[in-house]
Write a protein of this length. Structure first.
Ligand code: ZN
Ligand code: ZN
Length: 137
């Protein structure tokens, strides 16, 4: 299955999946921002000091790539294009995320684990209000 692991569709030759990736991704923009912060807001490609632009799925979301630290890498705009054009291999990206410090790995996992608690955060100071008007109709 090596061939089908490529960053572009082997049948259509379509290389730029950025839009589809963004739509299908379960990562919220808030989480992306936190992950970028966790790596210092810089591209993770060795030697690159450019500003973080995107949290890229090494195995694309459209191909079933999960939102886990080992599948996510922070890239600048330039390297993000390089990755999607095939100039940078998945193997290289996997090696890069594998070499993260333990502290950084933990930080990223923590961000990914932290699921949004719907409707519980705001009501802490006004708990009674939420139950004052039960709707039975
Ligand atoms: Zn991408
Ligand atoms: Zn870069």
């Amino acid at each position: 299955m090596r061939l089908f692991d490529l960053d572009y569709d082997p049948f259509t030759g379509e290389k730029n999946k950025t839009d589809a990736e963004a739509i299908r991704s379960a990562l919220t923009s808030a989480k992306k921002k936190k992950i970028m912060d966790a790596v210092g807001n810089k591209c993770e490609i060795r030697g690159c000091k450019l500003k973080a632009q995107e949290v890229h799925h090494i195995k694309l979301v459209s191909k079933g790539g999960p939102n886990v630290g080992s599948n996510l890498i922070v890239l600048c705009g330039y390297h993000h294009n390089e990755v999607h054009s095939g100039a940078i291999t998945q193997t290289k990206l996997k090696g890069t995320v594998k070499n993260r410090s333990e502290k950084r790995k933990k930080e990223i996992n923590k961000i990914l684990r932290n699921r949004k608690k719907v409707g519980t955060e705001k009501s802490s100071s006004s708990t009674s209000q939420a139950f004052d008007y039960p709707s039975f109709v």
